[in-house]
Design a protein around this ligand. Structure first.
Ligand code: BDR
Ligand code: CA
Length: 324
């Protein structure tokens, strides 16, 4: 089985990723690390536990992260995931508790116990990963790879119709903790990043009526929950206000790219800098596109330029219990 840790901030789309990781046939979810992103870390941890209870999987450890990014205040998420962060499901207070271990320690232990085997799926800001890398840099070459939902590269027009609201240039996950993102981007870990260009692009990430019907026919709790989240996202005003109709849960793009890498039909290595400045360009991912003067000292990041939307949907379906 492929070993993963899911680093997330549930969050509607993150919560669907948890369910997918628990359901996909050849994946072993070693643990869930949560942090302050869509909601503060205490809430993202308890939401992860709520989803595990819903799935009857209390065996999966959840580590609760810091209440703030590495250096900054925690910004309030302008993109609504509902009052409870789970699309207004209002699950009861979970009986499960987070483990008595930090996310960084959980990541360090898992990587040291399984060198070269653990993939980190990151659907939030990179605070936990950066703390792990700073405290034990020797784990960096031992991480198999990272898939991250993050950045706005200007590959497609959707890059800057972003979820951040108060910033014209940045994607939310990088915006929240740009210093953490810079540490991870510069770490030389094998990193594949999926920006808003793709994850917010209705031409790439869209669950068709046909797939919705197939999900309904599955008649299992995984698909039932995912359908409720899709319905919530469809009705989300902040997205309607941006003039985009997207019904694919954003973070599931990263999960699907990991589950079936052939989904990624165009991946390129590009030189990327992260702006750790203040408001206007805070968290901006700057792709140096110049030919002659390119700053080759900037980290080279594997960035997804295109995905196969049909395969994305097939993988989404399979990860919710469907047979493809
Ligand atoms: C990211 O923002 C969050 O709202 C989503 O969960 C996703 O991880 C996209 O910018
Ligand atoms: Ca997220």
């Amino acid at each position: 089985k492929r070993k993963i840790i899911l680093d997330c901030d549930p969050g509607t789309d993150d919560s669907v990723c948890i369910i997918m990781a628990l359901t996909y046939p050849d994946v072993e979810l070693l643990g869930i690390t949560t942090e302050s992103g869509n909601l503060p870390a205490d809430k993202t941890a308890s939401n992860a536990l709520r989803i595990l209870e819903y799935m009857d999987r209390g065996d999966i450890p959840v580590a609760q992260g810091m209440m703030h990014p590495m250096l900054r205040e925690y910004p309030k998420d302008p993109y609504s995931h509902g009052e409870d962060g789970l699309g207004n499901h209002f699950f009861p207070e979970p009986k499960l508790k987070p483990v008595d271990q930090s996310p960084a320690q959980m990541i360090i232990d898992a990587v040291l116990a399984n060198p070269g085997e653990v993939t980190l799926i990151c659907t939030s800001c990179l605070t936990n990963i950066a703390v792990a890398f700073m405290s034990r840099p020797e784990i960096i070459p031992l991480v198999k790879e990272i898939y991250h939902i993050g950045g706005a590269y200007g590959i497609t027009e959707y890059a800057f119709r972003n979820a951040t609201g108060d910033n014209p240039m940045s994607e939310w996950n990088i915006y929240v903790d740009p210093e953490a993102a810079r540490i991870v981007y510069e770490s030389k870990v094998k990193l594949t990043t999926i920006g808003l260009d793709i994850a917010f692009n209705p031409e790439a990430v869209n669950i068709s009526e046909d797939t919705i019907q197939k999900l309904k026919n599955l008649n299992n709790r995984q698909a039932k929950y995912a359908l409720e989240i899709i319905e919530y996202i469809d009705g989300n005003n902040s997205i309607e206000e941006q003039g985009i109709f997207i019904n694919g849960p954003i973070d599931t793009t990263a999960m699907c790219c990991f589950l079936d890498p052939t989904i990624m039909t165009d991946v390129r290595e590009i030189n990327v800098a992260i702006d750790c400045g203040e408001q206007l360009t805070r968290g901006m991912t700057i792709w140096d596109r110049r030919d002659h003067f390119r700053w080759e000292h900037l980290p080279k990041i594997r960035t997804v330029f295109e995905i196969d939307g049909t395969k994305y949907q097939e993988t989404f379906y399979k990860a919710l219990g469907g047979k493809v």
